[in-house]
Design a protein around this ligand. Structure first.
Ligand SMILES: Nc1ncnc2c1ncn2[C@@H]1O[C@H](COP(=O)(O)OP(=O)(O)OP(=O)(O)O)[C@@H](O)[C@H]1O
Ligand SMILES: [Mg+2]
Length: 336
């Protein structure tokens, strides 16, 4: 069940606390900081959206929640605290064995581009069986298959899909099979990274509705990632906006859509196409996305910001609470 705004802001309802998270990659030209000193709270039972232009660090941040970073990268600093039995454990300090148990069971993730998440030589059915048996070794295979078929059907796939190999399915089918798989162990928290991007618009709407229903029924906490703000408005309770590795604004859907504060959020909203508006009314974001290997000083958005002033190039604005749970990192605003 969805929790209301007042309850949501209660400290004790925070299920995931990310603090000072910085993630870097070694690349030929130097060091690329993909996630830069991120603080983020996720409240139990909410659907939090994460949005921002391609390359802003959404997937890198999401993977880090399960301590997954590509081999050429590393978590430079930070904590990822997950609440269990009234205590926070730091996911980054779990051993591999502890992490293996934790994944799927507590937190599961639907990766962007589902192909790489499946083993190409294993049928869909065995992905379900192996995942469950890895956590509950004596579970009956027939029972697992029965639940798997039901989940596949929920995600609008024919139950025969269970006998296919990943390469025998379309991208959209794989994405939905992966989403089904991520629900098999009834996790407390699910991360969905662009789960509807490869889908046609009708299936997309259907999946959004289904996720919303699952959420209403189970109170499952979700982190929903997409660059598509319109989709986020349909499914999420709150949204966080990212720009070049920083979170620049967090608010309820209403706050973000009707009262955006950060000039970047405003620009993103103005760039959303609408069938009722003429194309000329669309305002694409000004200027190119800066080189992530050599980001601008101060506020990283300042070279593209129409409202910039001196301080913007000099110091990085901190994320401040405007007093109503609406957070913004911009020198135009002062803490209430
Ligand atoms: N393994 C890697 N090695 C080097 N750079 C990487 C690696 N993985 C990600 N990056 C870089 O980190 C930054 C953030 O990437 P990320 O995949 O998180 O973006 P994103 O916001 O998910 O984008 P999209 O909307 O396209 O999925 C990008 O500049 C990307 O090039
Ligand atoms: Mg991504």
């Amino acid at each position: 069940m969805s929790i209301n705004n007042k309850e949501r802001r209660n400290e004790k309802d925070i299920i995931l606390k990310i603090r000072g998270l910085t993630i870097e990659f070694r690349v030929t030209r130097g060091i690329l900081r993909a996630v830069d000193n991120v603080d983020l709270d996720v409240y139990k039972g909410e659907i939090l959206g994460l949005a921002g232009e391609s390359g802003c660090g959404k997937s890198v941040l999401a993977h880090a929640i399960l301590n997954l970073v590509d081999p050429n990268g590393y978590i430079k600093s930070g904590q990822i605290l997950f609440k269990q039995n009234d205590e926070y454990i730091d996911i980054l300090s779990l051993s591999n064995e502890e992490l293996r148990k934790f994944r799927w069971d507590k937190i599961s993730i639907v990766f962007q581009g589902a192909m790489s998440s499946f083993n190409p030589v294993i049928k869909i059915k065995d992905h379900f069986i192996d995942t469950v048996k890895d956590h509950e070794s004596n579970k009956n295979e027939e029972e697992i298959v029965k639940i798997a078929k039901k989940l596949l059907k929920d995600f609008r796939l024919d139950e025969q899909v269970i006998n296919l190999y990943p390469h025998e399915m379309s991208g959209g089918m794989r994405q939905r099979a992966l989403a089904s798989l991520s629900f098999i162990l009834n996790p407390e928290f699910i991360i969905l990274d662009e789960p509807t991007t490869a889908l046609d618009v009708l299936t997309q709407k259907f999946i959004i509705k289904l996720l919303r229903e699952i959420h209403e029924k189970t109170g499952l906490t979700m982190l929903f990632i997409t660059h598509d703000l319109a989709t986020l408005a349909e499914i999420t309770d709150r949204m966080a906006i990212m720009y070049l590795g920083n979170i620049v604004e967090i608010g309820t859907v209403r706050q973000i859509f009707y009262d955006p504060k950060h000039p970047y959020t405003k620009a993103l909203l103005q760039a959303i196409p609408s069938i009722t508006k003429p194309l000329e009314d669309l305002n694409p974001l000004p200027g190119p996305v800066p080189d992530p290997l050599n980001p601008p000083s101060g506020c990283k958005f300042h070279p593209r910001c129409p409202l910039r002033f001196k301080a913007c190039s000099e110091s990085r604005p901190k994320l401040i609470d405007l007093g109503d749970g609406h957070l913004v990192a911009c020198h135009l605003y002062k803490r209430n």
